[in-house]
Design a protein around this ligand. Structure first.
Ligand code: HEM
Length: 447
């Protein structure tokens, strides 16, 4: 007989104590530390398996990825994102991925470095010595304008850009649409949602307008939208294998939404961690000053900023923006000695695995210096996986690394950020790992 995986028994008491609701991070950490690498439990009528073993995670995301779908949760976002990369499955996903991939090639992304630094320079130029800011909000604004410029060649911050206003409205409520009861919300007269619906229609009109204009003029703006418009599918018949207008719209919207909040979160947590570790901050400042000599960074400076990269790596270890990844099994799936029935949900958490003492000494400590080449080489694959893995691995990973390193370097060159004493730092694990009360910090100009 197949053994049953350990996990909290479905008693009435456990039904109350084993709920992720109030504090999901503590809930999942506790499950892993109590029951081990494979934990079975039932939640909301679903059979879940919480998988904490890097090898098993690799098998689910890569080796046996065909046995899984991303499942229903994402289907709800289809209303906004259509059949974009995040929401499509199977053959459609594969085809779209092949088409979109060239827009994220290293050389193409390198061309965005100057835009990233230019916007970071503008942000830091607005700060005043001794001011207190919500750094979470600042980082959100900054990454939003970067994705707006690199994707659509529009300046989201300028009030004149109606696309900026429409996008902001849609984003404000995007996360609401991911809630389980979002179907209901759609029909309620919530003013924010009504505005968002109107904004979504307006945004569609703007994007389709841009697509039509660009198809007609044939002008290459050097942005992602131009890349998407010229992407060719060699295997497709008709229309030269180009994406339809609707597909371009769906991918553009997907990249726009997937591409800024995650990065903003990573930056916010990085500033927080640096403010708790002055010795690390001193090293960071020294490297930035030495490497840049007062100039703004460019893509060629990245190689001279290895400590900045370690700081960001370590920050995403402790606070991975995509803190949880899920897959639904299509057929029964063997998990070590156990057999997960068809339709079970596999839950994998970078947050939990990346704080596991088996892989990280003093796992709760913010220690960028642990990331030596030897440590990296010895670390099991998928003991660190902030960008997922396999065919659904984050397509924006190189974009994100470049953005994180350049933004940290540009801002740290001029400013020191300190958490306002007493400000409550509470992680809020929604779709991404946000901060519940923002991140109030005081900025001091470096002399
Ligand atoms: C620190 C920043 C980021 C993190 C931590 C992150 C994380 C992730 C993860 C974990 C996934 C896979 C989810 C799964 O397997 O279920 C993913 C997918 C994706 N990400 Fe990112 N991401 C980041 C930045 C970006 C950026 C900058 C872009 C675009 C400009 C982007 C676009 C996407 C897209 C389109 C997908 C779907 C890929 C597919 O299913 O084929 N991400 N991201």
């Amino acid at each position: 007989m197949t053994p049953v995986a350990p996990g909290p028994k479905p008693t009435l008491l456990n039904a109350f104590s084993y709920r992720p609701g109030r504090d999901p991070l503590a809930f999942f950490t506790d499950l892993a530390r109590t029951y081990g690498d494979i934990v079975a439990y039932r939640l909301g009528g679903e059979q879940l398996y919480f998988v904490n073993d890097p090898q098993q995670i690799k098998d689910i995301l890569i080796t046996n990825n065909r046995n899984f779908t991303k499942g229903r949760a994402l289907q709800r976002t289809k209303r906004l994102l259509g059949e974009g990369l995040l929401t499509s499955e199977g053959a459609t996903h594969l085809r779209q991925r092949r088409l979109v991939q060239p827009a994220f090639h290293r050389e193409r992304i390198a061309a965005y470095a100057d835009t990233m630094v230019e916007y970071a320079d503008r942000s830091r130029g607005r700060w005043r010595d001794g001011a207190t800011l919500d750094v979470a909000q600042e980082m959100n604004r900054l990454t939003l304008s970067i994705v707006g410029k690199t994707l659509f060649d529009v300046d989201v911050q300028s009030q004149a850009a109606e696309v900026g206003v429409a996008l902001t409205r849609v984003i404000e409520t995007f996360w609401m649409t991911m809630l389980p009861f979002s179907d209901l919300l759609e029909h309620l007269p919530v003013p924010k949602l009504r505005r968002a619906r109107a904004a979504r229609a307006q945004l569609d009109a703007i994007i389709y307008g841009m697509i039509a204009e660009r198809r007609q003029s044939g002008r290459d703006h050097g942005d992602l939208l131009s890349m998407l418009l010229s992407a060719q599918d060699e295997e497709a018949e008709g229309a030269g294998g180009l994406m339809s207008d609707e597909q371009v719209r769906d991918e553009a919207m997907t990249i726009f939404l997937a591409g800024h909040e995650t990065t903003a979160n990573a930056l916010t947590w990085t500033w927080y961690l640096l403010s708790t570790a002055p010795d690390v901050e001193v090293k960071l400042h020294a490297e930035v000053d030495r490497a840049l000599q007062g100039k703004l960074p460019g893509v060629t400076d990245i190689a001279a900023l290895p400590f900045v990269e370690r700081v960001v790596t370590e920050s995403m270890r402790l606070y991975p923006p995509a803190w949880i990844i899920g897959r639904r099994a299509i057929t029964a799936y063997p998990l070590g000695p156990y057999m997960a029935p068809a339709r079970s949900i596999m839950v994998m958490s970078p947050f939990v695995v990346q704080r596991d003492a088996r892989y990280y000494k003093e796992p709760e400590r913010f220690d960028p210096d642990r990331w030596t080449p030897e440590f990296r080489a010895a670390l099991p694959k998928f003991a660190y996986f902030p960008f997922g893995g396999g065919p659904r691995q984050c397509i924006g990973e190189s974009f994100a690394w470049m953005e994180l390193i350049l933004l940290v370097a540009t801002i740290a060159q001029q400013w020191q950020l300190r958490l306002v004493p007493g400000h409550p730092v509470v992680p809020q694990p929604l779709v991404t790992l946000r901060t519940k009360h923002g991140m109030r910090m005081t900025v001091t100009q470096r002399t």
